[in-house]
Design a protein around this ligand. Structure first.
Ligand SMILES: *[C@@H]1O[C@H](CO)[C@@H](O)[C@H](O)[C@H]1NC(C)=O
Ligand SMILES: *[C@@H]1O[C@H](CO)[C@@H](O)[C@H](O)[C@H]1NC(C)=O
Ligand SMILES: *[C@@H]1O[C@H](CO)[C@@H](O)[C@H](O)[C@H]1NC(C)=O
Ligand SMILES: *[C@@H]1O[C@H](CO)[C@@H](O)[C@H](O)[C@H]1NC(C)=O
Length: 284
């Protein structure tokens, strides 16, 4: 155990190079080994020998899964294919969270469904010691129901970065030197769920869930988890992700995505924060 705990653990990644002629040797993440279906009474399923996971939602219940282990820092990639057709009212989430009641940390991706042909909203947030209110929302530049796409969370001591298909869309920096809190004390688990939120999800709750379309199903495959069991130990310092941050060209990409696709940013919502937007907004 001691030996294991000192090692940097990499559960490797996960790309099927179907379009290429290379025969890449890949280690595919096995859902059975890393995750438990935690709720939904059979609506969540691990299939294909651990290589595919599906969640479903009907009028009686949604469903969800959770990692068996918790991590302090990590880079998590997940390929997801969202509920197709009329997904209005449904929310599919993929997030990291510590447990605990009032002072939990959390890093979120949430996908808000829509009527057929209308765009999903990708909603992101970060909670530090129980305080969220840091929402940013985006449209995607593709239809997330047609195919699998990779959604990634990089969480290291320097920053949190949200990626879509490898493109950074959001960054939350460690600004503790400015007395701004950063989640770096509590380990988190990986969670995902599919549930009904018809009272707010689609056009602010105007469009309700059409239960004649149920069950609604989202699919997951090819996840990658890179974690460090002892983030301060020297073995972890060899991991590129533990110090990864955005260089100037990735920052340009992020800004361009935000310019084109961001539809809500708490940092510019002066109506909501009449006393002034949260102080981290000054430094980004
Ligand atoms: C995934 O893990 C389960 C449980 O350990 C095992 O039965 C299954 O064969 C594994 N699948 C693959 C593709 O190795
Ligand atoms: C840092 O933030 C905490 C909590 O918001 C506050 O109580 C404290 O006074 C701040 N310290 C400084 C030096 O600004
Ligand atoms: C759904 O489509 C409408 C109309 O295009 C759009 O205003 C809205 O942002 C879309 N997404 C959600 C989740 O409501
Ligand atoms: C910036 O980072 C990206 C992504 O990690 C990398 O592909 C690129 O080569 C880097 N560019 C420079 C100029 O270092």
């Amino acid at each position: 155990m001691l030996y294991m705990a000192r090692k940097a653990v990499i559960i490797s990644i996960v790309v099927s190079f179907l379009m290429m002629n290379t025969k890449a040797s890949t280690t595919t993440g096995n859902f059975s080994q890393e995750f438990d279906i935690t709720w939904g009474d059979g609506r969540g399923k691990i299939l294909d020998n651990g290589q595919l996971l599906t969640l479903s939602l009907d009028k009686a219940s949604g469903s969800g899964f959770k990692s068996k282990n918790q991590y302090l820092f990590g880079k998590i990639d997940m390929q997801m294919k969202l509920v197709p057709g009329n997904s209005a009212g449904t929310v599919t989430s993929f997030y990291l969270s510590s447990l605990g009641s009032t002072d939990h940390d959390e890093i979120d991706f949430e996908f808000l469904g829509n009527l057929s042909g209308d765009p999903y909203i990708l909603h992101t947030n970060v909670f530090v010691q129980g305080t969220g209110n840091r929402e940013q929302q985006f449209y995607l530049w593709f239809d997330p129901t047609m195919d699998f796409h990779t959604y990634s969370i990089l969480w290291n001591p320097e920053n949190i970065i949200w990626f879509v298909d490898g493109t950074p869309i959001r960054q939350f920096k460690n600004l503790e030197t400015y007395n701004i809190t950063f989640p770096n004390k509590q380990p988190m688990w990986i969670f995902s769920s599919l549930w009904d939120a018809e009272d707010w999800a689609t056009r602010g709750g105007l469009v309700k869930t059409d239960w004649t379309q149920a069950p609604f199903t989202a699919s997951y495959r090819n996840f990658g988890i890179q974690v460090c069991e002892q983030p301060s130990s020297s073995s972890c310092s060899h991991e590129a992700w533990i110090t990864e941050s955005l260089n100037s060209s990735s920052l340009e990409k992020l800004k361009s995505v935000q310019m084109k696709y961001m539809i809500y940013n708490y940092c510019t919502d002066t109506k909501r924060f009449p006393q002034g937007v949260p102080s981290e907004c000054k430094y980004t």
